[in-house]
Design a protein around this ligand. Structure first.
Ligand code: ADP
Ligand code: MG
Length: 725
C-alpha cells in the first residue's frame, strides 16, 4: 500500500484543518442542510498532489477515512455528527463511457455522463453497526461498507472484552444494538448512458447506483448528470449460490447536474462562424424548410408543414411569471394523416435532428409509457421505484410520438397537464415527485377508421381530430394541428412517384444504415450544404443539428413593441370580423353565451409569441421584431385557413362551430316558426325547414331534447313546441 494511503488519516487532518476551517465552522454551527463538506479534487491537488493521486487509486479507503477524520474533528469540538466529504471536480481522465467500464475500473474513481431513468424509495441502512457480546456485554463497532450483507463480528476483542469467538467451546453470540448503531438513508438510481453516445442500433447500457446521505433525492428520473462513482463488484447469485461472475454496481461519490443544456453537442469556432454565415442568408426559412426530411417530397401543404416544423425545432422561450408559474416556450404540433403520407418519416427525421430528440410509438411504449410509472421491484427489493417515461427523458429536447392515437388511457390523462405545465407530477407507490418534461411534442395520429373520411369543404380540422379518437381538450394543447390527406392529384402523384424513384435508385449511401432515407447527395467536401434529388439546396443533418443547439443555447429573444403590436392587431381584427359577421347574420341577441363563436383565444396569442420567438432564434437574434412576428402570423394564418378554424373554443370542447351553428340554426328556425304561427312550432314544420339547411331529423331531435331539458322550450300539445319565455 502506498505511503499516502496508510497515513491518509493524518493527511486529511492536515488538509481539513488548514484548508477547510471555514466550512468546518459552518458545519459545527449546524446551519448547513446536511453535514457535508465539498472538496474539489483540484483544490486537493494544489494542497497535496501525492495524496490526491492516491485517492484516484484507493478511493474507497481514503474517502471513508476522510469521513471518519471529519467526524472526529467535529466530535473533538463537541458536536456529534456523521460528517461526510464529497469529492467533486474530478480530473477529465476519470471520465468513461458506461459501456466500457470493466475489470480495470473496479474500485477506482470514475466519472460517467448519464441520464437517470429510475429512482427507488428511500431505505435506511446501517453504516456503523454496534454489536454486543452476549458473554461479557462488551460492544464493538463494525463499518458496513457492503450494502448487500451485514458484516458481523467473529470474536470479542480480547483486550477490552472476553475474547470469545462465535465458534469453539466457550462460544458467544453477538447482538446488533440498533439504538446506538448509526443509520443513513440510501437510495438506488438506475442510470443509462446518454442516448447520443449510444452507437447506432445498440441498446444503451444501464447500471445501478447506490447513493446515500445528502445525495438521496437529489436527482430525479430524466435528469442528465455527471456521476462520480466507484464501481464495485458483487457476486452474481444463481440458484442461491455465488458464482465466479460479478455484477458491477456503483457507489456514488458526488454528482453534478448539468447547468448548460446541449453541452453534448460540440461546436468549434469554425462551425460557429459557419452557423453565423448561414444565419445571414436570404430566405433562411425556405432553406431550413428544404432541410427538413429532404427526401420527402413536399407539395404546397407539406412545404408549409415543414416550415412549421422548423419553427418547432428552434422553439420559443420558456418564461417564469411573477407568480412562479412557467409559460412554455416549446411548440407542440400534431400531424394527422392518412396512412402512407410520410408522417412517421417526418417524425423520425425530427427526432434525429433535434438535440435530445426521442422517437416513441404511442402504442408501443413499454414500462413507464410517455410520462412516468411507479414500478415494483426494479431494484430487487420488492419496493416501488419511479421510472421516467418518454417525456421526462426528452427534457429540453423534442419528443416525437408516432401513433399518438394509440397511447394508453393513463397517458391520455396525464398528457394534458404534461404538455402545458411541462412537469409530470407522480404520487404512486409511496413516491411523490415532480419530473420536468420541458420538451416540444410532435405527435402523429391516424384515424380510427383507417382513413380520414372526406370532410366537406367547410368543416374544420376538429372533424378529423374527432376521427382519431383523442380526447378533445388535448387538441387545444397543440399550437398547430395539421391534416395530411392522401389525395389523388395527378400532378403531385407524378412528382412524388418520380421523386421516390429518384431516391430509391440513386446510387449513393448504400452503406449508410440509419441515414439512408434522410441524406441525399452531399456536395463534395462540404459538410454544410447538400442537394436533394429535387435539385434543391439544403443543410446537412449534422450541421442543422449543431445550428439548432447553438441557437437554443445562446438565444432567448424577447418581442419588441412592434412585434407585440403586430400580434395584437391581428388578434383584435379576427375578433372584430367575427363580431360583425354575427351581427349581419342576424344572430339572436339572447343566444346563450356558450353558443357564441369565439374566433380566437388567448391560446393563439401564446402560440404566436412562441412562433415569433422561434423565428427570431432561427435568425440568431436576441430581439424578435415585426418581421419575425409577420412570418409567425403568416404561418399561423395559413394554418387557420387550411384548418378552417373559425371557432377556437372548439379545440377545447370538441363541439365544432358547425355543430354549434346547427344549434343556432335550429333555434332560429323554431323562433321564426313561432313568430309566424302565434308562438307555437310544429315538429314537422321544423324538420322541413331544417332539411333546407341540410340538417337531418336526428340532429333536430338532439337539439330539441337538450332545449327541453334546459327548460328553454316546452310542449303545450304533442308535437308542438313553445319558448318558455
Ligand atoms: P405514415 O406514417 O404517414 O403512414 P410513412 O412515413 O410510413 O407514412 O411513409 C410511407 C412511405 O411512403 C415511406 O417510405 C415514405 O418515404 C413514402 N412517402 C410517402 N409520402 C412521400 C412523399 N411525399 N415523398 C417521399 N416519400 C413519401
Ligand atoms: Mg406511420
Amino acid at each position: 500500500m502506498a505511503m499516502a494511503t496508510h497515513d491518509s488519516g493524518a493527511r486529511w487532518k492536515t488538509f481539513l484543518s488548514e484548508a477547510k476551517e471555514q466550512e468546518i465552522t459552518l458545519l459545527l454551527s449546524r446551519q448547513t442542510a446536511s453535514p457535508v463538506i465539498d472538496v474539489s479534487f483540484h483544490e486537493l491537488t494544489g494542497f497535496d498532489p501525492e495524496f490526491a493521486e492516491e485517492i484516484l487509486i484507493s478511493p474507497r479507503l481514503i474517502i471513508s477515512s476522510g469521513h471518519k477524520i471529519l467526524s472526529e474533528i467535529c466530535r473533538d469540538r463537541g458536536v456529534d455528527l456523521d460528517a461526510m466529504i464529497r469529492l467533486s471536480d474530478l480530473p477529465k481522465d476519470t471520465m468513461r463511457p458506461l459501456r466500457e467500464i470493466g475489470s480495470r475500473d473496479i474500485d477506482k474513481l470514475r466519472s460517467l455522463d448519464v441520464i437517470v431513468t429510475k429512482m427507488s424509495q428511500l431505505k435506511p441502512r446501517i453504516h456503523l453497526a454496534v454489536f454486543q457480546c452476549e458473554n461479557c456485554g462488551e460492544t464493538q463497532q463494525i463499518d458496513q461498507t457492503n450494502e448487500s450483507e451485514l458484516v458481523e463480528p467473529i470474536r470479542c476483542p480480547p483486550d477490552t472484552g472476553c475474547g470469545a469467538s462465535i465458534r469453539g467451546n466457550d462460544s458467544t453470540r453477538f447482538n446488533l444494538v440498533m439504538n446506538i448503531s448509526r443509520m443513513i438513508n440510501n437510495q438506488w438510481l438506475e442510470i443509462q448512458e446518454l442516448p447520443e453516445n449510444v452507437p447506432s442500433g445498440a441498446q444503451p447500457s444501464r447500471a445501478q447506483v447506490l447513493l446515500e446521505g445528502d445525495l438521496v433525492n437529489k436527482h430525479l428520473p430524466g435528469q442528465r448528470i455527471t456521476a462520480n462513482v466507484i464501481p464495485v463488484v458483487r457476486s452474481e447469485i444463481k440458484k442461491n449460490k455465488k458464482t465466479p461472475m460479478f455484477d458491477i454496481i456503483y457507489h456514488m461519490v458526488s454528482s453534478t447536474h448539468e447547468s448548460v443544456p446541449f453541452t453534448e453537442i460540440k461546436i468549434s469556432d469554425e462551425e460557429r462562424a459557419q452557423i453565423e454565415d448561414v444565419a445571414a442568408t436570404d430566405n433562411l426559412l425556405q432553406l431550413m424548410g428544404n432541410s427538413i426530411a429532404p427526401s420527402i417530397f413536399a407539395n404546397d401543404k407539406l412545404r408549409l408543414i415543414k416550415r412549421s416544423l422548423v419553427l418547432q425545432l428552434f422553439g420559443g422561450v420558456r418564461r417564469k411569471t411573477s407568480d412562479n408559474n412557467y409559460l412554455r416556450g416549446d411548440i407542440h404540433i400534431l400531424l394527422m394523416g392518412d396512412p402512407g403520407v410520410a408522417k412517421s418519416q417526418l417524425l423520425n427525421y425530427m427526432s434525429n435532428i433535434s438535440p435530445r430528440g426521442k422517437f416513441a410509438t404511442g402504442g408501443g411504449t413499454t414500462g413507464a409509457g410517455l410520462t412516468a410509472a411507479a414500478i415494483r421491484d426494479t431494484f430487487g427489493d420488492g419496493r416501488f421505484a419511479l421510472e421516467a417515461g418518454v417525456l421526462p427523458l426528452s427534457d429540453r429536447g423534442l419528443a416525437a410520438i408516432d401513433e399518438f392515437d394509440k397511447i394508453s388511457n393513463e397517458d391520455k390523462g396525464s398528457m394534458h397537464p404534461a404538455m402545458e405545465q411541462q412537469r409530470i407530477y407522480v404520487a404512486k407507490g409511496g413516491i411523490t415527485a415532480t419530473l420536468p418534461a420541458r420538451c416540444a411534442i410532435l405527435a402523429a395520429a391516424n384515424p380510427k377508421g383507417g382513413r380520414f373520411s372526406n370532410r366537406n369543404e367547410n368543416s374544420s380540422i376538429m372533424t378529423s381530430f374527432e376521427e382519431t379518437g383523442l380526447p378533445y381538450p388535448l387538441a387545444s394543447r397543440f399550437d398547430l394541428l395539421w391534416l395530411i390527406r392522401d389525395e389523388t392529384e395527378t400532378n403531385t402523384d407524378t412528382k412524388i412517384a418520380r421523386h421516390i424513384l429518384n431516391i430509391r435508385t440513386s446510387s449513393v449511401n448504400e452503406n449508410r444504415s440509419q441515414d439512408i432515407d434522410f441524406e441525399t447527395e452531399r456536395e463534395e467536401g462540404d459538410n454544410i450544404f447538400s442537394t436533394g434529388v429535387d435539385g434543391k439546396k439544403h443543410l446537412t443533418m449534422e450541421f442543422l443539428r449543431k445550428y439548432v443547439a447553438f441557437a437554443k443555447r445562446n438565444y432567448f429573444p424577447n418581442l419588441n413593441e412592434k412585434a407585440k403590436l403586430a400580434i395584437e392587431e391581428y388578434y383584435v381584427s379576427v375578433r372584430n370580423d367575427t363580431a360583425k359577421q354575427d351581427r349581419s347574420a342576424g344572430a339572436f341577441e339572447n343566444e346563450s353565451e356558450k353558443d357564441r363563436v369565439i374566433p380566437i383565444t388567448a391560446r393563439a396569442i401564446e402560440a404566436l409569441i412562441r412562433l415569433t420567438e422561434a423565428h427570431a432564434r432561427m435568425h440568431l437574434k436576441q430581439v424578435a421584431d415585426e418581421t419575425d412576428a409577420n412570418v409567425a402570423l403568416a404561418v399561423y394564418k395559413h394554418w387557420r385557413d387550411d384548418s378552417r378554424i373559425e371557432d377556437e373554443a372548439e379545440l377545447q370542447s370538441g363541439l365544432s362551430a358547425s355543430k354549434r351553428n346547427i344549434n343556432q340554426s335550429i333555434r332560429k328556425i323554431i323562433r321564426e316558426i313561432c313568430e309566424e304561427r302565434g308562438g307555437e312550432a310544429e315538429i314537422t314544420l321544423i324538420y322541413n325547414r331544417a332539411r333546407d339547411f341540410g340538417i337531418v331529423e336526428s340532429q333536430v331531435d338532439d337539439v330539441i331534447s337538450s332545449m327541453s331539458i334546459n327548460g328553454e322550450i316546452y310542449t303545450p300539445r304533442g308535437g308542438t313546441y313553445r319558448f318558455a319565455r
